[in-house]
Ligand binder design. Sequence first.
Ligand SMILES: [Zn+2]
Length: 910
Amino acid sequence: MLKIALINEPCKVGDCPFLEDLSLPEIRYRISAYRRLSTKNSTRIPNNEYLRNVRVAEAWGSGWFAGETVVWVGCVHVLLEIDLVTKFRLMILKKRNSRVVLNKAYAHCLVGKNDSSEEKRFSRTGKTRKCSGQPKLATLLFLIASVVAQPLSAQVTNSKYGQADSFRQLDEILPTPTESRLGSGAPGPQYWQQRADYVIQVEIDDEKKHLTGSEKVTYHNKSPHTLRYLWLQLDANIFAPDSDSALTSTAPSLSRISTNSLKRLRTRQAFDGSMTVTKVVDGQGQPLKHTLVKTMMRIDLPAPLEPSESFTFEVDWNYAINNSDLVPGRTGYEDFEKDGNTIYEIAHWFPRLVAYTDYAGWQHKQFLGRGEFTLELGDYELSITVPNDHIVSASGVLQNPDEVLSEAQRQRLETAKNATKPVFIVTPEEAEKNESSKPTGKKTWVFKADNVRDVAFATSRKFIWDAQRHNVEGQSVWAMSFYPKEAEPLWSRYSTHSIIHTLDVYSRYTFPYPYPVAISVNGPVYGMEYPMICFNGPRPEEDKTYSDRTKYGLISVIIHEVGHNYFPMIVNSDERQWTWMDEGLNTFLQYLAEQEWEEKYPSRRGEPKLIVPYMRSSSQVPIMTNSESILQFGNNAYAKPATALNILRESILGRELFDFAFKEYARRWKFKRPTPSDFFRTMEDASGVDLDWFWRGWFYSTDHVDISINKIRLYTLASPDPEVEKGEKKREREEEPKTVPSQRNKDLPKRVDQFPELKDFYNDFDKLDVTENDKKAYEKFLKSLDEDEKELLLEKRNFYIFDFENVGGLVMPIIVECHFEDDTKQILRIPAEIWRHNNQKVSKLFITPKTIESIQIDPHLETADTDVENNHWPRKVIKSRFQLYKEKKSKNEMQKAKSLQKDASKDTQK
Ligand SMILES: [Zn+2]
């Protein structure tokens, strides 16, 4: 076990005695900013540059091989989360006979305001050693896991060079290609995936807010493996009072709390929305042994399920639906007190097959709330029974319009087929009327959805419904929106338009939208996606006005959630493992779609400059981190990957190569299940560009971009003509600054003037005078040159050497704009590979006949460079404004009490 001790004052790098007496003194790594990826394919990212310059460590547990040596940095992740650590040190382990033995281990962390004191240290023998001259040690915080030999790490540092190899290929990190997943990133000839078809009946009890369901599932074992049991996800169990999600949620800040938050805290403890499973039987009605494991359920098969066999079983269940105001989630109901009605948005509501995959077996990582859903594709038949005055919207195509829609509504649907604008199917007036109706019975709405990974639905008597059929690259798609009057006037204006816009833009960058329906519903859930249907929250104020934030928030969230049909509903990535694979890719396309909505659309994510504050921030983990362990969720899994892809597209590959490769990825993995390596490999395979350095830097590390122009050196060719060259040197000598003593000594009487006989040849000799010998040598040199060589001599060129420094650690192309004396400009785009031999400092030669006046790195803010101040040579004045204000004294408590009295007496006088 390794222990991390904390000390309460800074210890400068290098002065720790434990570092001084290392048995392997050549590896005194000064480590910082390493991240541990708490993933199955655990990888580690050191960043030498960062730690050399920044002595702040915000490390996550991390280890890597460096030649014979394994370096392990303890897990400080938890420390950071509780705001204790600002700094810490390293441990060095030695690897012997391929077993890792702890050789020297020492780590200490600084605690900002911690003054409790306790000391714990660790060495191989377990002896506690005093760190001489060190400040008092503070609390031992925790232990980290036993030291084990780590697999190859994300970066390998060479002990004889002290630099990580930023361009090392990712082969040792990515899984070995197979005939299922090829080295090219494409699915291979042996690719397989399971399939599950569902026939579901569900009823909503509007009085009790209760859902009762019954499903018949046919599971097709397409794998080459024999299965003895099946796993199902009961995601509603997240709403059990003792669910892992509830038990592991950490304490909120209680210094201030809103009444709503307090209500939620109270309700969350009492509410039980977990599933009651009432029946699990096989196709013949025989009970099946089943075991609940929190949000999962295992069904033991009566006989092993062989490859290419199918198994049919039935499950009945019911649960209490959560009031989304008190127990928020991706599903729930919203009560409207004014009219006594409810909107239900129902999701992750039926027992769903856990994905069984070639890369992970059963993906039955428990549902904690963040890591969404990893599901199998299949065909669904869905019967939804609700009060007969409800309007239902669901994944799939309505099968029984004659039974559930009025004649007028069916007629309007006919009109909407060829409309160029959305048409009301249920008008606002009708919806308003429905609100005051009472049901006279029940109705069952039947939907069919083919080749989807999930189904969701919404139901309410409040719904206004508009629709428009649209042609998406040859495919007819119904774009439809369902919303209450509270959503107006925003929704009828923007929702269906946003759906159609999304389908048009996304289809262009990926594949034509393959489903017949795309629906956006307004209800309690702010933004959540399911196949063919999504739930979106923004509404105007009660007085029907709305802010620009609400307007663009609505358009953006609809683009985003409809866009999720492509990732991960169709390109069926593993959400419980990787959030970025759907959120990152989707946010990237969302940005492209937003920019095609209107000029200067206020996109929140996508532009490199918008990611800068996050890239600079400290509490970070790499994008390649499991969904549940991500810090700064939105920035990590949405904004950073979206921005990285945008940069890859605009500044590294160019639009043509990027768009081709991205489309190829979407095409290859449509209705299949890709992993990160399939994405990384396909983007390289199709673009023809090695991007391992890019994935390594942007996806596997928390480095940021900060490239500095440190210096510019100018060289010119010396002239062989002694008249020119020596004359030039004389001028330079004249221009040299006169030192203070030389100026003051100038007028002192000199001895040689007093005694002229002391002067000889050297008193008059100037070695910069042109001699006869010089002239002869020049003539001879000229004669030896041919015409081409003479021309070289005549050409006037400036040889500039730019000295760049990589301060942030992330290697990136260097984009240099040169401003010349003659008021012209030129942009040099230097590929990232310039850093391949030295990822910290590089020099670049630039030859020009012109004279450079200034240069600027990344002039168009393409690379998310976090410090633009050092992008200028010469450095620029940093401009800012400050405001003048007049000080106002706030009232003291006595004054406040007095003015209250005054008010009160005024009131009584009235
Ligand atoms: Zn999303």
